[in-house]
Design a protein around this ligand. Structure first.
Ligand SMILES: Cc1cc2nc3c(=O)[nH]c(=O)nc-3n(C[C@H](O)[C@H](O)[C@H](O)COP(=O)(O)O)c2cc1C
Length: 164
């Protein structure tokens, strides 16, 4: 695996916390974990990119991602490997759970990058959300609002599936 960077947007700090946990588990230095709110980080510096957002509205992107999507759309992603994660609330927003992840997925899917890290919906309380394609979440779905106890294991399984 080449150099890995994490780019995340977070409103109340949940996605930030998850980004930091993922970084720790993958051995990614804090200087390669970028809060998109600050505009730091150069996408072209990385071979493997991890994008994280929370969901707001009804399956909408976290606020900073709305703007950052333009940066993403103008970036050269060809040849890169990309994984997505999202923080949401599967109890209150079961039909738009982690919908933001789908919006990022749609913005990058035809851009020459390889998207990895889709996961089974097994064990989630969710109902027909856009974040699911062909029975799988397009990336790691986290619900720290209701199921924080499951987060470490979900991250571990996701990392394991990508390594395989
Ligand atoms: C106004 C509002 C709308 C939300 N809409 C969604 C949603 O559509 N889907 C979802 O999964 N979670 C939704 N959530 C839950 C947040 O995504 C969740 O609390 C998340 O952990 C926040 O992460 P952050 O602090 O990194 O922004 C919403 C929360 C708020 C306050």
């Amino acid at each position: 695996m080449g150099k890995t960077g994490i780019f995340y947007g977070s409103t109340t700090g949940t996605t930030e916390k998850v980004a930091e946990t993922i970084a720790k588990k993958l051995g990614i230095a804090s200087g390669d974990v970028h809060n998109i709110e600050s505009g730091s980080g150069d996408l072209s510096a990385y071979d493997f990119l991890i994008f994280g957002s929370s969901s707001t509205g009804l399956g909408d992107l976290q606020y900073f991602w709305e703007e950052y999507l333009d940066t993403l759309k103008s970036a050269d992603l060809s040849g890169k490997t990309v994984a997505l994660f999202c923080c949401g609330d599967s109890y209150t927003y079961s039909d738009s759970f982690c919908g933001a992840m789908r919006k990022i997925y749609d913005a990058i899917k035809d851009r020459g990058c390889k998207i990895v890290g889709s996961i089974s919906t097994g064990g989630y309380e969710t109902d027909d959300t856009d974040a699911v394609i062909d029975g799988k979440f397009v990336g790691l779905a986290i619900d720290n609002d209701n199921e924080e106890d499951k987060t470490p294991e979900r991250i571990d399984l996701w990392i394991k599936s990508m390594k395989e």
